[in-house]
Design a protein around this ligand. Structure first.
Ligand code: NAD
Length: 488
């Protein structure tokens, strides 16, 4: 099956931070792939704006290197790279001063869609918003894309929302969470709301509990300074895991419309109970035994031998509403774990009566929604073990790997950034977080963080390459449950 490609009208896109890591690894490759697929017109204009004093030719060299590294296998026609480079321009700019702004204004003319991507550190979000407005670049067709982190707590998120609201309408603000751009995440909505099969079972009567795991095998790497001020709670739980929780738990919106979807997500966050201290496990990774130089401990990586920031967090959450009363949601995320794996497991209840007797064992259905790697959905069902010799039962997966199902085997599925950037240009905010959602999420996480700060909580050490601290296993065991494996 070939996916339908609907070209987007020519637009102007300004990437603030165009020389940065995110632009190099994600944004430029995403734009190039869309160009290569024929979705972007050659009349489009991409302007990278960053602090370095580069000319456009040098910047195009930077883009070429980035694409060679991050889009090595291209199914494009000859000459496509040259065509892409031709639509790229560079402006040296100071986000906190005056330099470069008049030049940028000269380069952007006309009434077509103009998007400003804030791929810079969060301290520059407010100065950029103010300057885009004061230099007259904010028009009816302007949009801004704001990267994470969106605030450090509720107070700072509110302050940032207020500054953005002074300069733009909410309908122009695209707060990005790239997890929402993943094919599987949207398929989660298609599966829930496009089929009769699952929705009747999607509640506490049939679902025992839900597990959301976002495991990373890498450590903090070069982001130690930022990460040590944030930790797993702020860096991952408050945004990515909570967004996944919302999509899993929300009521069906009346229509697939940005505000209808986001209203339902917001209701989920507002229905979350405060988390009990004994339902939280924080961890911090040790060095990899025998490989300490390549994989140092968290404290060495952030150069603070006394850091109490968590590189791992697991918690048990409850949603107080009709659908989910008594169905716990177990969420965990961490760095330097055994594998890179992001999975949502919907764990259904056991069959109410075991007609096949003790010998057949206990079996329950599991719907696994894999976000990375190998995006796809698996439903574990119970069947009879083949062969004679009685009724023994076996769990087998009904597997739906998207690459296979959509006939795109061997090709990478579109990256989340490709989809999200195209959505920005089209003006579709469904997969972006609204200001009140972000504030509600901070409103839930702030007291959790304040609680462990007041208690002087110290994270539990765990081995690099493990599944996390033993206490996270206990969190489940106390409830007679078990985490699913973290598999690559
Ligand atoms: P980076 O440090 O690699 O790049 C920062 C960019 O900002 C550079 O292009 C630099 O020239 C520009 N810049 C800095 N000061 C400036 C100024 N005064 N005026 C104009 N430009 C200025 O950062 P990054 O890793 O690319 O991250 C960018 C944003 O994206 C951050 O908010 C980060 O949290 C977020 N983010 C990054 C990643 C990632 O994988 N790198 C992932 C998710 C979110």
């Amino acid at each position: 099956m070939v996916s339908r490609l609907i070209p987007v009208d020519p637009f102007d896109l300004v990437i603030f931070g165009g020389t940065g890591d995110l632009a190099r690894r994600k944004i430029l490759p995403a734009l190039f792939r869309r160009f290569c697929a024929g979705q972007m017109s050659p009349d489009t204009q991409i302007i990278a704006a960053a602090r370095s004093a580069l000319d456009t030719a040098t910047y195009r060299g930077f883009v070429t290197e980035a694409l060679n590294e991050f889009v090595p296998n291209r199914a494009c026609e000859e000459g496509t790279l040259a065509g892409f480079l031709a639509i790229i321009d560079y402006v040296a700019i100071d986000a906190t001063g005056k330099d470069g702004w008049e030049t940028l204004v000269e380069r952007i003319q006309g009434n077509r869609v103009r998007a400003f991507y804030f791929s810079v550190g969060p301290s520059l979000f407010a100065p950029l918003a103010e300057r885009i407005n004061s230099y007259g670049l904010s028009t009816q067709t302007s949009r801004i894309v704001v990267e994470k982190p969106f605030g450090h707590d509720l107070t700072s998120a509110r302050a940032l929302n207020a500054i953005l609201a002074d300069n733009f309408d909410e309908s122009q603000i695209y707060r990005i969470d790239h997890y929402l751009g993943k094919e599987t995440v949207q398929n989660l909505m298609a599966i829930r709301f496009g089929n009769m099969l699952f929705e009747p079972l999607w509640n506490s009567q049939y679902v025992d509990h839900i597990q959301i795991t976002v495991a990373e095998s890498v450590g903090v790497g070069g982001r130690g300074g930022y990460y040590d001020r944030a930790g797993a709670m702020r860096d991952m739980m408050q945004n990515h895991l909570m967004q996944l929780l919302c999509l899993i738990a929300m009521e069906p919106p009346a229509k697939f419309d940005p505000d209808a979807v986001r209203d339902e997500k917001l209701k989920v966050i507002r229905a979350l109970d405060p988390v009990q201290p004994h339902h939280i496990v924080r961890g911090q990774y040790n060095a990899a035994p025998g490989d300490e130089d390549a994989h140092p401990s968290y404290r060495e990586a952030v150069e603070d031998p006394r850091s109490t920031t968590e590189s791992y967090i697991a918690l048990k959450a409850h949603i107080s509403n009709w659908r989910w009363a008594n169905t716990p949601f177990y969420l965990r995320t961490g760095k330097r774990l055994v594998a890179r794996s992001s999975v949502i497991n919907v764990m259904f209840k056991d069959a109410p009566h075991a007609i096949f007797g003790q010998e057949a064992g206990r079996h329950a259905n599991v719907l696994s929604i894999r976000l990375q790697p190998n995006e796809g959905i698996t439903l574990k069902v119970t069947i009879k073990e083949p062969g004679p010799g009685g009724m023994r039962l076996l769990d087998v997966p009904l597997d739906m790997s998207f690459a296979e199902a959509l006939g795109a085997e061997g090709e990478d599925p579109p990256d989340a950034y490709e989809r999200l950037i195209v959505d920005v240009i089209r003006g579709n905010q469904t997969l972006f977080m609204r200001g009140d959602e972000v504030e509600a999420a901070w409103g839930w996480t702030d007291p959790i963080i304040a609680g462990w700060q007041a208690r002087g909580d110290v994270p539990k050490p765990y081995d690099s390459g493990s599944t996390g601290p033993g206490d996270a296993e206990l969190l489940m065991k106390r409830d007679g449950r078990k985490w699913q494996g973290i598999n690559p």
